[in-house]
Ligand binder design. Structure first.
Ligand code: SF4
Ligand code: SF4
Length: 522
């Protein structure tokens, strides 16, 4: 059963989880303003980016295609074979250092602006909810209303749209791994022909639906590890969304004795002598007039001190918060940096004719009257690590060759001695990472005179993104055999555009044994 009114948030407990473990479902009000608009634009751009990746072709393959079946990874025009997966180390550590650096500098800007969870929740699922069920007040009223035909119809449409959105995201996510044509082939065929993929689609759609329809902010609050480690990554100089307590406190209005209901019912708010009334907030944010009734019954002083700060205790910043916190109580782990409270408060300040920015992006140092230092040991160290990591990653990527090969000794005896020669037998695995056939030529270098190569007499063609294994036999006449030696195997394409080399060793008996055997035979 939904909780009809939000409890006053406190920094010592989670607003959304009660002491008995039950959930308090939130009804965050809409915010409007430059940050909300910018976030929405950025989110639509990101959604278009995520969803378009399987459609954009680079070098003949989707921009992101993690082809697990063929053990090929196509990333923005670069194709990596399974043998190149060590490069992922740089990608993962690079992402880690980037996150460290950005968090130390800009706090949770990732959470609020770019995290796929926030992007889809705020700009897809909440928009659907708003469209079907109305603003926060109407949603809350619908939740507590008894079941009726209208309520069932709204719920059915909303959840059907949630399921469709979840299914679309899941199919496009699957396309990252099997490509769009393959997804289309699977969708067109009967489920029994693709039980694995069908099961994945069902489970992933169900998980997304559960998360975005119900779990929502709980993922950020109780599951995501990033929220927890951020307290170790930021310091007093990191940019965060915060409340200017010096300017805002003591909050409230002098000579005030009005209740929320009185304020919201005031037909001529600006003639009351009060600097601000809640109904003006409602109209300013394009919420219906009933939005005012959504004001939690919290924190409104009935009498203020003679001198007050700029915060008028309207609690608008609390209403819009999707994680149910009161930013005026200081930085909290639950804050996902969504900027809704900035726009909400700026709107209030504008209507009051006061400077915007009572809630704003700033450092905790600045909020306490100090000066923000951008360059400090942690940003310097994270920045240096980031630059070093990026440089090594660029170098490593530049060393990726369009082919790969390996030389392994055949199983069994490491060498074979007969009446005339000593033989070593190898297997050479050729991997073509190009999207077109390549003809490979193999040479043996730095070997003693007289070494004979059997196999690879002519160029060997390997198909696009193909692999093939061929025997290579090296034979040294007994007469010229002088013991084991090291040599190089060199593989190049017939056009000579690249070459690869591997070290190998020719094994054999002690040449004195061969000499003794020869003497005995005489
Ligand atoms: S929105 Fe601004 S004025 Fe209203 S309670 Fe929050 S901080 Fe105070
Ligand atoms: S306090 Fe709430 S509304 Fe403000 S940025 Fe954090 S999560 Fe968003």
């Amino acid at each position: 059963m939904p909780t009809p009114f939000l409890e006053q948030p406190t920094p010592n407990s989670l607003t959304t989880i009660q002491s008995d473990g039950s959930r308090t479902f939130l009804y965050p009000a809409d915010s409007k303003g430059p940050f909300t608009r910018a976030r929405r634009l950025s989110a639509y751009g990101l959604i278009a980016f995520y969803l378009s990746l399987p459609w954009i072709k680079l070098n003949g393959y989707p921009a992101v295609f993690l082809d697990i079946a063929e053990r090929r990874f196509h990333l923005f025009g670069v194709t990596l074979a399974a043998q190149d997966l060590w490069l992922m180390f740089f990608l993962i550590t690079g992402l880690g250092f980037s996150l460290f650096f950005v968090t130390a500098l800009l706090g949770r800007v990732w959470c609020g602006w770019a995290c796929p969870h926030t992007v889809f929740l705020d700009h897809v699922y909440r928009r659907i909810e708003r469209l079907i069920e109305g603003d926060a007040v109407k949603r809350r009223a619908l939740d507590v209303a008894p079941w009726s035909g209208a309520k069932m119809a709204k719920r059915a449409v909303k959840h059907a749209l949630y399921l469709i959105a979840s299914a679309i995201i899941t199919h496009l996510f699957l396309a990252y791994f099997v490509s769009l044509p393959e997804v289309w082939a699977m969708v067109s065929a009967a489920p029994r022909e693709h039980w694995g993929a069908f099961g994945f689609i069902l489970v992933a759609t169900g998980i997304l639906y559960f998360n975005f329809a119900w779990f929502r902010e709980q993922l950020c609050i109780v599951i995501c590890p990033y929220g927890r480690i951020q307290s170790a990554l930021i310091d007093d100089h990191s940019l965060v969304i915060g409340y200017d307590a010096i300017r805002g406190e003591p909050r409230g209005k002098p000579h005030r004795a009005a209740t929320v209901a009185e304020l919201s019912n005031d037909p001529s708010p600006r003639k009351t002598g009060l600097p601000f009334v809640l109904s003006s907030v409602g109209s300013a944010t394009a919420e219906s007039s009933t939005e005012v009734e959504a004001v939690p019954k919290v924190g409104l002083p009935t009498a203020g001190p003679a001198k007050v700060g700029d915060c008028v205790a309207c609690n608008r910043c609390v209403h819009v918060c999707p994680t149910g916190i009161d930013i005026r109580q200081g930085m909290q782990m639950e804050c996902v940096g969504c900027t809704a409270c900035i726009d909400a408060c700026d709107d209030v300040m504008t209507r009051l004719g006061r400077p915007r920015g009572l809630i704003r992006y700033d450092s905790q140092k600045a909020f306490t009257g100090g000066r923000t230092r951008w360059l400090r040991p942690r940003t310097f160290i994270y920045g240096v690590l980031l630059v070093i990591g990026a440089s090594v990653a660029i170098w490593a990527l530049s060393t990726v060759r369009p082919a790969n090969f390996g030389v392994t000794r055949m199983t069994g005896s490491p060498y074979i001695v007969d009446d005339t020669s000593v033989r070593n037998q190898f297997l050479v695995r050729l991997v073509n990472k190009r999207n077109e056939p390549v003809r490979f030529v193999l040479h043996v270098k730095d070997a003693p005179a007289g070494l004979r190569k059997i196999g690879f007499d002519s160029a060997i063609e390997v198909g696009a993104l193909g692999e093939s294994v061929h025997p290579l036999v090296l034979q040294q006449l007994r007469a010229s055999y002088a013991g084991p030696f090291h040599f190089e195997v060199r593989v190049e394409d017939a056009a000579g555009t690249f070459h690869l080399e591997r070290a190998a060793e020719f094994l054999g008996p002690d040449p004195r044994l061969l000499q003794e055997e020869k003497n005995e035979r005489r």
